[in-house]
Design a protein around this ligand. Structure first.
Ligand SMILES: Nc1nc2c([nH]c(=O)n2[C@H]2C[C@H](O)[C@@H](COP(=O)(O)OP(=O)(O)OP(=O)(O)O)O2)c(=O)[nH]1
Ligand SMILES: [Mg+2]
Length: 317
């Protein structure tokens, strides 16, 4: 028999101090007693956004003014196939409360993993904790120039997620670069992932590892603990599926669009990109020809946001 398909709209309502609103499901409901992002099933002929507005009014007593797509998650429960269509809401009227008597709580993003959520929610927790922009560092032999450009991006572009990609440095130089980069990222509260063998985390206490697609394909399981971030580079369906198998927290998917350095390369294009993101089991950053100005377009096709070297790697104006 074909499984029931359920389409649900849900919201990560975010307060000015960055805390996120979660609610507890009634003990008697499906997934009862677990915490959730408020929302519910689409009524016939409703769009996701219409359902979101109605559900948040019914469940929390707030009126949404603006919402941005965050992530779409497909999940197989034993009895049904569920699509969670999750939106980020920062602009609303009213003060949310549990209108149906359900407990609600404002929780810091780093505290979210301490609450029990339904199994389908893992990618949502990752998406809520990640920013919309991912800076990949350029190859830069001069350490002073490197740190100056990185600091500009941290300060002026408010970058909070950085990948150290330095393939031309030998081990000793890479270690020194990783340590100075980590110190700078810490000052701005940015997370640093090393594009390197996972064993590097024993030498440099960075926030995680970013796997090249080649490294990704050699692994049988997640190589680092759950409290570290694991990203991976992907270029197609097979690599996206592998990233799901080894439980990556997020991926980049590239090349989406042509870049000045590779104007004639074969690119994925927005249409296929959207279809691939829809099947992904984790947040996906759009990479290749992206600038901050593409962030909304990228979100519109299901991406977490954009990743770039070029757009963030420049001097002060
Ligand atoms: N709202 C919400 N539902 C979730 C989350 N995670 C998750 O697996 N679900 C599942 C549980 C339910 O099977 C389904 C949502 O249904 P619901 O019970 O909220 O639906 P509803 O608000 O329309 O309520 P009802 O009229 O059916 O009582 O999605 C989540 O974070 N938020
Ligand atoms: Mg509900």
């Amino acid at each position: 028999m074909m499984k029931r398909r359920v389409h649900v709209a849900a919201a990560a309502v975010i307060r000015e101090d960055g805390r996120v609103l979660i609610a507890r499901r009634p003990a008697t409901a499906d997934q009862g007693g677990l915490w959730e992002f408020p929302g519910g099933k689409l009524a016939p002929y409703e769009t996701g956004f219409e359902a979101l507005k109605r559900e948040l009014s019914e469940e929390l007593g707030i009126q949404i003014r603006r919402a941005q797509p965050l992530i779409r998650v497909h999940h197989e429960y034993p009895d049904k196939h569920i699509l969670l269509d999750v939106w980020q809401v920062r602009e609303y009227e009213g003060e949310p409360y549990g209108r149906e008597g359900q407990p609600v709580r404002w929780v810091g993003v780093d505290d979210l993993p301490n609450y029990p959520f339904p199994a389908a929610n893992l990618p949502i927790l990752r998406a809520v904790a990640l920013p919309q922009e991912y800076l990949i560092t350029a190859e830069e032999p001069d350490e002073t120039v490197f740190l100056k450009r990185l600091e500009r991006a941290l300060r002026e572009d408010s970058i909070r997620l950085v990948q150290l990609r330095a393939k031309t440095l030998d081990d000793a130089a890479y270690q020194a670069r990783a340590e100075s980069t980590l110190a700078l990222c810490r000052r701005y509260g940015a997370k640093l992932l090393l594009n390197a063998d996972p064993a590097w985390l024993e030498r440099v206490d960075a926030d995680g590892i970013h796997l090249t697609s080649a490294r990704l394909m050699t692994l049988k399981q997640r190589p680092i603990p759950a409290n570290k971030w694991l990203g991976a580079s992907t270029h197609g369906d097979e690599q996206l599926a592998q990233a799901g198998h080894i439980d990556c927290d997020f991926v980049t998917l590239s090349p989406l669009a042509p870049t000045p350095s590779h104007p004639d390369a074969i690119t994925i294009g927005w249409h296929d990109f959207q279809q691939m993101v829809e099947t992904a089991a984790m947040p996906v950053f759009a990479l290749g020809g992206m600038t901050r100005h593409h962030a909304n377009q990228a979100r519109g096709v299901g991406a977490q946001g954009i990743a770039s070297i070029r757009d963030f790697w420049r001097d002060d104006r």
